[in-house]
Every structure is written in C-alpha cells, then in structure tokens.
Design a protein around this ligand. Structure first.
Ligand SMILES: *Cc1c(COP(=O)(O)O)cnc(C)c1O
Length: 459
C-alpha cells in the first residue's frame, strides 16, 4: 500500500455501514456444537424446556444452527447507534515503540458506561425479554461488568433487573455495585438466603465468599420461581456469541474498505463471547475455505480451560440446575486462585468455540498474570487507554506476536479485541505496582480433583 493510501489512526464507519444482521458461525460449521442436555433425562434440551428459563426468541437463537444471518431488530440497531461503531484503532504508537514491522489493529469495546463489550448482548437480551412481555430478568455477575451492562439495558427497556453478585465482589467492588443500582438494578450478595441453593451453600460453607457457579444457580432458581421473570447470561451461550458478532462484522467492513486482511486475530477468553464475536466473520471465511487466518484465544494460566481442560459434557453451574454442555471444562467445582482478571475465571467455555478448538480451527494459549499486567501498563503508556485486566491477556499475545515479527522481519497484520477498560480494576493495578501479584498455576493433582466431579455421561 502506498503512502497516499495510508491508514488512519481510527477507521470509523458511518451509521448506514453498521451491521443490520448478526452472523451465526454455527451455520458454517460442518461439525456443529452438540446440544445442551437435560441433566435429569440426559436428552437434548427442547425449546419448551429451555423456555422455562430463557426468553422464547433467545431460545430460538440458541438452538439455531442453520441460519447464517439473523436480522438485528431496529430497536436494538438504534440502541447500538448510541455507542457504536466502536473504534477500530491502528496502533501506530505501539508499533513504533515496539520497533516491529507488524501492523497492529485493535477494536476497542470499552467506550460505553458498562466499560466492555457486554452491553452488545445485554441490550439484545433485554429487548427480547420486553418483547415477550416479561416483568424482569435475573442474572449473576462476578466482577460486575455483566451486571452493569444488563442493568443499563434493562433500565432502557423498562424491565426489573435482579443481580446476584458474588459476595466477595459485592463487598470489594462497591463502585460497580453502585453503578448497577444507579441504573435501577437490585443487587444481592451471593450466596444469599433468598434461594434454596443459596441457603444450602450458606449452611454447608458458612462464611463463604461465593463463586460464579453458585451465583448462576441462585439467579436461575430466582427466575424459574418468580412469575414473569427469565434468566439471562452474559457469556458462554450461542446466543451471546451471535450478538457479539457485531464486533467482528464492524471490523470486517472497516478493514475491507482499506483492503486490509489480518494474518493473526487475537482475543481473551472467559466464556468466549468477545473473542467469539470478533472472530465470527473471519472464522466464517475460514470454514468456507475463502481465506485463512491464525486465530488465537488467550486465557490465564490460573484458569486454563482450553489449554488444560477436557472436552466433555459438564455442568455449567455449581448447583447443577443448568443444562449440561459439551465444552472444554475444568470441572464445575473448579475454584480458580484469586486472579485479577475476574471476567476470565469461569470453569467452562462456549460450546461453539470448544468445537472449533477441538477441530483445530482456532488455537489457544495461556499467559501469566504478571506478564499480562506488564503488557497492560506498556499499552496504557503508549496508546493512552487503560485496559481491563481481561483484555490485557489479548494485548500480551498481540505484543508477543509483534515481537516475533521484529525478530523475523515479517510485516504481519495483527488484529485484537480490546474488550474493555480497567477503571474499576485499580486494586489489581495497585497490587501489580507493589509487586504483590503472583502467578498461580494449578497443579495436575488439583485439576484431577476437579475433573473427578465431571458427571459420568461422556460416552
Ligand atoms: C466479561 C469480560 C471478558 C470475558 O468474557 P468473554 O465472554 O470471554 O468475552 C473479557 N473482557 C472484559 C472487559 C469483560 O468484561
């Protein structure tokens, strides 16, 4: 590309270039993700059974393995217009500082009040709940990002929002908690005495600080026992990956304008939604044999779901009330060390991404917490954005790939998702600055103990 056609620092899209359809990766997968199973009968969950827990339209999306494109309702498109397109930035400053011939691009999803990509799915889920005439929704939140996004979406559509927040986060992340309350959500520390699951946990483990798996069980129970309520989840599910495809679709349109083709695409993975959304249209091309990309999922060594987990049917929650999903998992009883990338501590992974990883379409790597914060700070100082610890896993891998290019002299094009900002994570940064962050790596024995809790339905 000649100088005169040089790429701007930010590639923007006009409103009429924004996606009007979500892209469904599953339509192009030869090996479809296998169905969720009813834990009682071990038969595939039917739409009817799922509708007890989830909104009807979302159930249809969850089970839809065939339609490549699903229209984004106009109300959702309009909400997206308030904060989208998200910036696609050419990281010239980072490239220069690294002295790499690589071309680095990042898609920044932290430019809305929730501070992350989670709003993309929250608004869709709240919209469908409202459309069904529901009174409200329940959910869980760990670090607080999903609860924040959902409370924003619910207040916009006039729905009640009940959030079960992992107790330790409820006590420590007061700012997140108060943002949720500002948007009208009810926030309950989990385990709580409001549900049967919660009461059991409190009795068995007095003084427990809670876990995401337990908060999920409580939120599901609250939804199915309260008339006019359904449960919503911010990651892992197929529907969430579908909604997040707006990230990748915007990237694709923007990059196509300048005929840029990424060689390497990188994202961090908790349950897989920002990564799944970013890679969606690119994976589609790869699956259809139209293009090839290296696609890398990055996870913490402390919660190594892809790199050390098993690809089996497992529970999605500790209370074992949710359907079984075939996914890479560390076992639903896995309690990760207190890592500071709160959003990446889930024991399982999106079934769609699990299948793609199993089939060799995507790769995965695990990185250490201290090296992640080193990358976060390096990035903050040159690109001016304070990244979320979760997102910084992707930064770590992008920087490592750019350094490899410096060594080989190859001018590869790297695209990564910068899933959010880190303003609410300053205690983690503080620990890093004081040299108090450790790199916990679970032992094989620990993982074996956790694998032992995987149900025996894997034929
Ligand atoms: C929740 C979160 C993640 C992890 O969730 P995914 O579903 O894997 O995307 C990553 N980054 C940020 C900023 C988050 O809030």
């Amino acid at each position: 590309m000649s100088k005169s056609q040089s790429i701007p620092y930010k590639i923007y899209l006009s409103e009429n270039e924004l996606p009007r359809y979500w892209y469904n990766i599953r339509a192009d997968m030869k090996e479809k993700p296998v169905p969720l199973l009813n834990p009682a009968t071990l038969q595939p969950m039917t739409a009817e059974e799922l509708s007890v827990v989830f909104c009807e339209d979302l159930v249809a999306q969850e089970l839809n393995n065939d339609d490549r494109y699903i229209e984004i309702p106009e109300e959702i498109q309009n909400f997206y217009k308030m904060y989208r397109p998200s910036p696609l930035v050419r990281a010239y400053c980072l490239e220069q500082k690294l002295g790499t011939p690589a071309h680095i691009y990042y898609k920044f999803e932290g430019n809305n009040t929730s501070g992350s990509h989670k709003l993309n799915s929250a608004v869709a889920q709240a919209y469908y709940a409202k459309k069904q005439g529901l009174k409200g929704v329940t959910t869980e939140t760990g670090a607080g990002q999903w609860g924040t996004a959902l409370s924003m979406a619910c207040s916009y559509f006039g729905l009640d929002c009940k959030v079960f927040m992992v107790k330790i986060s409820y006590e420590q992340k007061i700012f997140r908690r108060e943002v949720m309350r500002t948007y009208g959500a009810t926030v309950t520390p989990s385990p709580s005495d409001q549900t049967k699951v919660g009461r059991e946990m409190l009795e068995r483990f007095p003084g427990t600080t809670g876990s995401l798996g337990c908060a999920i069980s409580e939120a599901v129970e609250a939804a199915v026992t309260t008339p006019g309520y359904r449960y919503v989840l911010g990651s892992v599910l197929n529907q969430v990956l579908l909604h997040q495809s707006v990230i990748g679709l915007e990237c694709k349109t923007a990059l196509d304008k300048y005929r840029i083709r990424p060689d390497i695409i990188i994202g961090c993975t908790g349950g897989g939604s920002n990564f799944g959304g970013l890679i969606a249209p690119f994976v589609g091309e790869k699956l259809r044999g139209e293009a090839d990309y290296r696609i890398i999922a990055v996870e913490p060594v402390s919660c190594p779901t892809f790199t050390r987990g098993r690809f089996v049917y497992d529970f999605c929650d500790t209370g074992m009330v949710c359907p079984l999903a075939k996914m890479y998992t560390l076992g639903s009883g896995f309690i990760p060390a207190p890592d500071h990338a709160g959003g990446l501590r889930y024991h399982g992974m999106s079934t769609t991404l699990s299948q793609l990883y199993h089939d060799g379409v995507i790769e995965a790597r695990a990185v250490k917490q201290t090296s992640v914060f080193e990358a976060a700070e390096y990035f903050a100082r040159v690109e001016g954005i304070l990244p979320a610890p979760e997102s910084s896993h992707a930064i770590r891998a992008a920087i490592d790939e750019a350094i490899k290019c410096r060594e080989t002299g190859e001018a590869k094009t790297i695209l990564f998702a910068l899933s959010g900002t880190g303003y609410f994570d300053m205690t983690a940064y503080e620990k890093y600055h004081e040299g108090r962050l450790t790199d916990y790596i679970p032992t094989d024995e620990e993982l074996e103990r956790s694998f032992a809790g995987i149900p025996n339905v894997n034929l």
